[in-house]
Every structure is written in structure tokens, then in C-alpha cells.
Design a protein around this ligand. Structure first.
Ligand code: GLC
Length: 540
């Protein structure tokens, strides 16, 4: 069997505006990223995925792209991006770039051109422009809502000043959806893929990959029968689109990968792994699972079964830039990601951060030991928690405004990383520039510098785990076998005499049948594995 790198890679997610600031404006950038490449190499990851760095008015933190072939000045220049890709390769790191094909920015040249060209024009046909309903076209063309709240349609004013057509945006109004039935859109994206492949990109993280193809009838949601396919996601038209993309990446040497971001259940997600389409997609299922052995076992079994059927490996995700940080989630009674809907104290429910940290550390050993690839969201290796007390007036996520101030949005997981020192900006920015979101003072204990020297730190745990993961031939891609265990304990082996045991019960459990402990997420108790703790064992 063929084992391309991405089947078992540990991929570090760089949320660039919060990773490291080189220019001193309080926003992370490519210069900062380049200066920290040694950190990523020492961490022991195999690849990085960079969130969008393209020219953007930043209505959605860069997911509103105005030029797919250039870098936003906030982040640097194209020459710097090219140099970064080369340097990363020099350190043995692959680079996955984020591609945003469902929509562009309303300032992408195609959109003003569409507004100017008028109804029925070829320029408007690249998007979804439709007349409104009602006597004067004052009602949106259908009842779809935006993922960020409010209607998914915005009415424009035509060139002659009259109220005009409406256009579709599944996200913010500044993010008009492309019409993927239009051959110009398809050709343009093939060209954009080639642009980055030519610059050495090892793959693409495909934003909102399930939303490109739409039911051409754009039916009202309310008109759909129970269980009917959704008209705005998971539509069969996607298959042909991704077969085209797969042909493009196949023209390039090396194993370039297509990873879809698809927030659908595994059964629907797996449809995108059909031969000749996406190589894989994020396994987001752990985000919606309780911290409980039977539920986790179910998620893992389903991923393995699906992988066996389609050939696509699992790619484990504990968190990303769109969800509550794992330490905070695992510190709550209900560990599933809901939304950021706020309570009176501005949080989504009390979190016990000590418990959450213990569980997040155990989960790190679980996910890095499971078959397949694994994604590490920047800051999870430092054990950062969700910042739930960002003052309302400093919130930047469009979700906050679009939800009518009922949902705080995703800023709490996007706070700039603490690198060193004892007070903000914690080495994030030179010259003490205030970071674009405020960092908690308590992060002085969690800086990379403070953790580097401490063998018990979360950073050390990740470094040890990733080092062992690279050295163990049985980790990453490949089979696993469940071991008999107590019901609230997960235990499995990987080839080569390796076992992972995770204790999700309330009492310590015995570690039997091993020849030594390779790594543990917390101190053992007289050789027993305490609750919410994981261990890696040498079994042969
Ligand atoms: C994806 C991104 C998210 C963004 C949205 C619209 O879900 O991860 O951050 O807001 O797509 O592009």
C-alpha cells in the first residue's frame, strides 16, 4: 500500500494573525511566522496549515478574499510567503494553504464588476443574483439564513439608484457566494490552485468544502420534507468539481493533498472521499463528543470503518479557530462544542480549567496515538484556554454583530500566543505593541519560554508525544486493535509493541501487561493510571 505523508501527518494549524507578530503592529504575520519556524521544527510536527493570508478587507478575518494570488499587507508580501514555503521545506515541514472557494470578498474585482454590469450579465452569472419576491421585490429570494446570523441574501442598489436584485451569501454580506455552475469560476480556481502549487504548496485546506454546489432551484428550507437533502450543502455537484481539482493536483510531483472542511456527519462527509475526489477531510466528530469512553469508542470505530471503505484516513481534530478551546470545553459538564451563545457572565457555562487541562492532555495522547493524521491548533500545545472575558467592544468576529449581540463569536480561541515574558504582549509583538485581542495576565505561566524548561508542561508533553510518534513505526497511518478493558477505559495497541490507555472513569485503573511507560499525560499513582489521564506503553 502507498503511504503518502499526509496519511499520518501531525499538522500544526497556524492562525497567522495570532501566531507571531514580526512587524510590531499587534497582528501576527509572515515575518513572525518565519522567525518561529525553529519552534515548529522543535515541536516535531510534520506540516503546517496556514489560515488565509490573502489580500482581504478582513470582514471575516481573511476568509473574505479579494485577491487569491497575493498576500495582504497586514501579513507581508508574496515574496515573503514564497520564502516562508521554501524555509519550511528546508526544515522538513510541509505547507498546506487555506483555499476559500465558496465565496470571495465583496471587494474582489469580480463583485463590483457584477454590480456594475447589471441583471442578466455574464459578470452577475459568476455569483447568485436573483430578483426578490413580493410586489416590489422587497422579500429575499428564499428563506436561507447566513451561518453568521440573519438572512443569507442582501439587496443591492442598481447603477441607476433603484433597489435591485439580491445576492446570496451563506456567511457575511461581505462574502458573496460564487456560482460554481459557471465555467469561469471553475477555471479561475484551477488557475489559483496551480499558482500555489507552483510555489511549492503541499496541499490545500478547502474552506466550507461542502457548500460549493447548490441545488439550482434554491428551494426554501421550509418547503423541504423531513430528511430531504440540504440545498446549500452536501449537493452532488461537488463531486465533479473535486474531480477537476484532483486532476490539477495530480499534475504536480510529490503527494499534494486536498483536505476538506466539511461540517457534516461522517456518512455525508465520506461521500467526498470517493475515488478521484478529496484525499480526506477533517474528522471533526470529537468536537461533538462527550468525554466518555463509549462515545469516543463509537467515533473512533466509525472513523476506522469509513476509512477502510473509502481509503481516506481519519484526521483528528480537538479544536480549531472556529470552536471553543479544548481545555475550556473539557472543563465543562457537557464537553461538546455548542456555540458561543452567552450567559449573563459572558461565558457559555462554568469551566473547571484544572480538570479541562488534565483531560485535554489525555486527549492529546489519545489523538496522536490513533490511526491517521492529527491537527494541532496553535496554542493547544501550550494548554491555552478560551478567553471568555474579552470586553464586548473589543470583539472582532462578525458573528457578534450579525447575531444581534447574542453570540460572542470565535475571538476567544483566537487570542495571540504568549511566547515569553511576564506580561502582555508576552513576546508576541516587538516593541510592546498591544496585540489585536487582549491576552489574559495569567498566561504568564503558559508562555512557550516558561514551558520549554519544564518537563511536566503541556508543551513538553506535546514535544515528547510528537517525537515518539515520529520514531514509532506503528503510529500515524496503520491499524489499531482494541484491548479488553474496563468499560470506562479506552485501551488499544498499535503495531510494534505500542499501547495507549486512557482512563475516563472516576477511579484509578491498573496498567497491566506492559514492559514500561513511554509517556503519560499526568503523574501515575503507584503505577496506576488516575482518572482523566492517558499513558503510552511499551508492550513488547
Ligand atoms: C470556515 C472557516 C471560518 C470562516 C467560514 C467562512 O468555516 O473555518 O473561520 O468564517 O468558513 O469562510
Amino acid at each position: 500500500m502507498d503511504h503518502p505523508w499526509w496519511r499520518g501527518a501531525a499538522v500544526y494549524q497556524v492562525y497567522i494573525r495570532s501566531f507571531a507578530d514580526g512587524s510590531g503592529d499587534g497582528v501576527g504575520d509572515i515575518a513572525g511566522l518565519r522567525s518561529r519556524l525553529g519552534y515548529l521544527r522543535d515541536l516535531g510536527v510534520d506540516a503546517v496549515w496556514i489560515n488565509p493570508w490573502y489580500v482581504s478587507p478582513m470582514a471575516d478575518a481573511g476568509y473574505d478574499v479579494a485577491d487569491y494570488r497575493d498576500i495582504d499587507p497586514l501579513f507581508g508580501t508574496l515574496a515573503q510567503a514564497e520564502a516562508f514555503i521554501d524555509e519550511a521545506h528546508g526544515h522538513g515541514l510541509r505547507v498546506i494553504v487555506d483555499i476559500v472557494p465558496n465565496h470571495c470578498s465583496s471587494r474582489h474585482p469580480w463583485f463590483p464588476a457584477a454590480l456594475a454590469a447589471g441583471p442578466g450579465s455574464a459578470e452577475r452569472a459568476r455569483f447568485f443574483f436573483r430578483p426578490g419576491k413580493g410586489g416590489r421585490g422587497e422579500v429575499p429570494p428564499n428563506d436561507w439564513t447566513s451561518s453568521f446570523g440573519g438572512p443569507a441574501w442582501t439587496r443591492i442598489t442598481e447603477a441607476d439608484g433603484t433597489p435591485g436584485q439580491w445576492y446570496l451569501h451563506l456567511y457575511a454580506p461581505e462574502q458573496p457566494d460564487f456560482n460554481w455552475d459557471n465555467p469561469e469560476v471553475r477555471a479561475e480556481f484551477h488557475d489559483i490552485l496551480r499558482f500555489w502549487l507552483d510555489r511549492g504548496a503541499d496541499g490545500f485546506r478547502i474552506d466550507a468544502a461542502d457548500r460549493l454546489a447548490k441545488d439550482p432551484a434554491l428551494p426554501d428550507m421550509a418547503s423541504l420534507a423531513d430528511g430531504a437533502p440540504r440545498p446549500e450543502r452536501g449537493q452532488p455537484g461537488a463531486h465533479e468539481i473535486y474531480r477537476g481539482w484532483r486532476r490539477v493536483v495530480g499534475e504536480y510531483p510529490g503527494d499534494r493533498v486536498l483536505v476538506g472542511e466539511i461540517w457534516m456527519d461522517l456518512q455525508h462527509r465520506a461521500a467526498y472521499h470517493a475515488p478521484g475526489e478529496l484525499h480526506t477531510s477533517f474528522s471533526l466528530d470529537l468536537l461533538f463528543s462527550l468525554w466518555n469512553a463509549s462515545e469516543l469508542r463509537g467515533v473512533i470505530d466509525a472513523a476506522l470503518e469509513s476509512g477502510a471503505a473509502t481509503g481516506a484516513p481519519a484526521t483528528w481534530v480537538l479544536s480549531n479557530h472556529d470552536v471553543t478551546r479544548v481545555v475550556t470545553r473539557y472543563g465543562r459538564k457537557d464537553t461538546r462544542f455548542v456555540s458561543y451563545t452567552i450567559t449573563s457572565d459572558g461565558s457559555a457555562g462554568q469551566a473547571d480549567l484544572i480538570l479541562g487541562t488534565r483531560r485535554a492532555r489525555a486527549a492529546a495522547l489519545l489523538t496522536t496515538a490513533l490511526p491517521g493524521g492529527v491537527y494541532v491548533y496553535q496554542g493547544d500545545e501550550l494548554g491555552l484556554w478560551e478567553v471568555e472575558d474579552i470586553p464586548f467592544e473589543q470583539l472582532r468576529d462578525p458573528v457578534w454583530e450579525r447575531s444581534g449581540h447574542t453570540d460572542k463569536g470565535r475571538d476567544g480561541c483566537r487570542v495571540p500566543l504568549p511566547w515569553s515574558g511576564s506580561a502582555p504582549p508576552f513576546g508576541f509583538s516587538p516593541d510592546q505593541a498591544p496585540p489585536w485581542l487582549p491576552q489574559p495576565a495569567a498566561w504568564r505561566r503558559l508562555t512557550a519560554a516558561a514551558q520549554r524548561a519544564d518537563p511536566g508542561s503541556t508543551l513538553s508533553l506535546y514535544r515528547d508525544a510528537l517525537r515518539i510518534r515520529r520514531a514509532e513505526p506503528g503510529l500515524g497511518d496503520g491499524p489499531m486493535t482494541w484491548l479488553a478493558s474496563e468499560p470506562e477505559v479506552l485501551a488499544f495497541t498499535r503495531p510494534g509493541g505500542f499501547a495507549c490507555v486512557v482512563n475516563l472513569s472516576g477511579v484509578a485503573t491498573e496498567l497491566t501487561g506492559h514492559r514500561g511507560v513511554l509517556l503519560a499525560s499526568g503523574p501515575l499513582d503507584d503505577g496506576m493510571l488516575p482518572p482523566d489521564t492517558a499513558a503510552w506503553l511499551r508492550t513488547a
